[in-house]
Design a protein around this ligand. Structure first.
Ligand SMILES: C[S@@+](CC[C@H](N)C(=O)[O-])C[C@H]1O[C@@H](n2cnc3c(N)ncnc32)[C@H](O)[C@@H]1O
Length: 265
């Protein structure tokens, strides 16, 4: 081809940003139970509803989600705060195991509840590789209908998963987490997004101080993932030229908070 020739028209470049990545045509990936919660009116547009785009990401590109979650590590104070040895732990919305891997050694029995099949597969693979395959049971379920009996666990926890919205917890989901927690046990919401809502329901807040950064696998990873998930910060990530990026550069609240409630004995 000479320099004066225009490139042959090809398929349009796929949209990179999470907010542009999927379309309504992708909603068919949801199971009936998922669709009932995430698209209750039967339709939705992930280009106008980023919460829906995240749900599609978990199902269509779970490894991409895992790369992001692996980089956004929790403040070590959270692991220090959680009980070291308990009999039973239930985690809801376990994803690919950012918290589950930490919990695995702490309970005699750990149940990780996760609705998205592709995330459950990655979580099972990671648990098996770490030798926790026997101790941690990974099951399908939703906040508002936990597949666990009353008073099941000493610790019931959700990390970056619970919100006041009914599709992602809400009143019914919180009631379910408390139902599954034994009297005297603890319900903990890690990296909560609505502290006021939880505090109005008797939850206390703990925050761990200090600078926090996202630890991407490489500089190239930092740029790629910023372009997808934090496009407004991508220029600054490029300029910094580092795989370690402070949370404030990305414009997100660092995972340093938790809210908890002791269930009355
Ligand atoms: C941001 S991810 C967090 C995953 C994991 N806890 C972590 O910290 O990496 C949110 C998780 O909540 C799950 N989720 C979404 N809606 C849910 C629901 N109604 N019930 C239970 N889990 C849900 C998603 O499938 C996803 O795994």
């Amino acid at each position: 081809m000479t320099g004066s020739e225009a490139p042959a028209p090809g398929p349009a470049a796929p949209e990179r940003e999470l907010r542009r990545r999927y379309t309504a045509a992708d909603l068919g990936v949801f199971t009936r139970e998922e669709a009932r919660r995430f698209v209750p009116q039967g339709e939705g547009d992930p280009r106008h509803d980023v919460v829906l785009a995240w749900e599609l990401l978990y199902r269509l590109e779970p490894e991409l989600y895992d790369r992001l979650a692996s980089a956004e590590r929790l403040h070590p104070g959270i692991a220090g705060w959680l009980p070291c040895k308990v009999n039973r732990i239930a985690e809801v919305g376990a994803g690919t195991g950012r918290l589950t891997m930490e919990l695995a050694g702490r309970g005699q029995h750990v149940v990780a509840v996760e609705p998205a099949l592709p995330l459950r597969r990655i979580l099972r693979r990671k648990l098996a590789a770490a030798g926790h395959g026997e101790r941690v049971r990974v099951v399908r379920g939703f906040f508002d209908q936990l597949p666990l009996p009353d008073d099941f666990a000493d610790l019931v926890v959700a990390c970056s998963a619970f919100t006041p919205a009914p599709a992602h917890g809400g009143e019914d989901g919180l009631a379910e987490m408390e139902r599954v927690c034994r009297p005297g046990g603890c319900v903990a919401i890690i990296w909560p997004n609505h502290l006021g809502w939880l505090s109005a329901r008797g939850y206390r807040h703990v925050s761990f101080p200090g600078p926090m950064s996202v630890e991407f696998g490489s500089y190239a990873d930092a740029v790629e993932l910023a372009e997808i998930f934090y496009p407004k910060a991508a220029g600054e990530v490029r300029r910094l030229g580092n795989r370690t990026v402070p949370f404030e550069v990305l414009g997100i609240n660092p995972p340093r908070d938790l809210a908890f409630k002791m269930v009355p004995a």
